[in-house]
Design a protein around this ligand. Structure first.
Ligand SMILES: [Ca+2]
Length: 267
C-alpha cells in the first residue's frame, strides 16, 4: 500500500507527507500490546499482552523511521500523534463502547527508552531543526533502479577539512561532490553484491578513494583525471558487499571527485 503510493508520487514527481501516524495498539506507559479490532464477544477490547520497550521500538518505530529515511527523496514531512488515546472518550475502548477500535497510549514520554530513541532519530541531519525552513522540494533523479545515488547518500563531513555536498539538480547531473581530502560519503542499507561499480568524474590528478564496508577499509582505488566534472566513467571495485551493508567512500588524496552513484542499490 505505502509502496504503491510512493510509486504514484514518484511517477508524478510530487513530495509526500506522512500524516497522523501513531503506533496503534501499543500502550507505551503500561508496556502492552493489544489487537486493534473489537472483540465481537464483548464489543470491547481483547486481552493485551506484555511487551518490552525494545519490542515496541522494533515492531513499529524502527520500521517507521526506516521508511522515512529510505524514502527521503520524496517524504518531506511527517506528523506523529503523541497522545494517550485511552484518556479520550472518542478513542477509549470499553466493552460495548469501542467504536474506533483499540488504540492505547502513544505518548513517547510515557517510556524513557522510546523517548530517548525517538529524540535520537529526530536529531539526525535528515530532519530540519529549529526555525530553519526546509529546502524547497525538487523532484530527484528516479532513474536509478538498482543504484545507490550519491546525491542521497549520507555525507558525514569526515576529516578536519573535508566537505561533501549533495547536488540533486539536473543541471549538475544529480551527483555529490566530495571536496577536500578526508571527506567521505556513506551509503547505508546497500544490498549484497560481488563487487561495487562506481560512476565518477574528477578534474584533479592523484585521486585516491578508500572503500570501507561496514566501517572496515577493504580497498584503495586510484582514479584518473577525467578532465571535466561531467566526463563520467565507471570503475569496478573488487569488493564484495554483504547484505544490508554500509559502504563508505573516503577521499584520501586528489582534493575533488564527483560521484553519481554506486551499484548495488539500496534496500
Ligand atoms: Ca546520481
Amino acid at each position: 500500500m505505502q509502496d504503491s503510493f510512493l510509486a504514484f508520487a514518484r511517477r508524478h514527481r510530487k513530495p509526500v507527507f506522512v500524516s497522523e501516524s501513531a503506533p496503534q495498539g501499543f500502550d507505551l506507559g503500561k508496556l502492552t500490546a493489544g489487537c486493534i479490532f473489537v472483540d465481537p464477544a464483548t464489543g470491547g477490547p481483547r486481552a493485551t499482552v506484555p511487551v518490552t520497550a525494545e519490542q515496541i521500538w522494533d515492531t513499529w518505530y524502527a520500521p517507521y523511521f526506516r521508511f522515512i529515511e529510505r524514502n527521503r527523496d520524496i517524504v518531506r514531512g511527517v506528523a506523529y500523534i503523541n497522545t494517550n488515546w485511552s484518556s479520550q472518550s472518542m478513542w477509549n475502548c470499553q466493552p460495548g463502547a469501542c467504536a474506533n477500535g483499540y488504540w492505547g497510549d502513544s505518548r513517547i514520554q510515557a517510556n524513557p527508552v522510546i523517548l530517548a530513541r525517538f529524540r535520537a532519530e529526530l536529531s539526525k541531519r535528515l530532519y530540519v531543526q529549529g526555525p530553519r525552513r526546509a529546502a524547497a522540494f525538487e523532484p530527484p533523479d528516479f532513474s536509478g533502479a538498482g543504484r545507490s545515488e550519491a546525491e542521497y547518500a549520507d555525507l558525514p563531513q569526515g576529516g578536519t577539512t573535508g566537505i561533501a555536498i549533495a547536488d540533486t539538480t539536473a543541471s549538475n547531473d544529480r551527483t555529490a561532490l566530495v571536496d577536500a581530502n578526508g571527506a567521505s560519503m556513506q551509503f547505508d542499507h546497500v544490498t549484497c553484491g560481488g563487487s561495487i561499480d562506481l560512476r565518477y568524474a574528477t578534474v584533479t590528478d592523484n585521486v585516491n578513494l578508500a572503500v570501507l564496508v561496514n566501517g572496515v577499509e577493504r580497498h584503495r582505488l586510484a582514479l584518473p583525471n577525467r578532465g571535466s566534472a561531467t566526463a563520467w566513467a565507471t570503475a569496478t571495485i573488487p569488493v564484495a558487499v554483504p547484505r544490508d551493508a554500509t559502504v563508505t567512500l573516503r577521499l584520501d588524496s586528489g582534493d575533488v571527485v564527483w560521484i553519481d552513484y554506486i551499484t548495488p542499490g539500496q534496500r
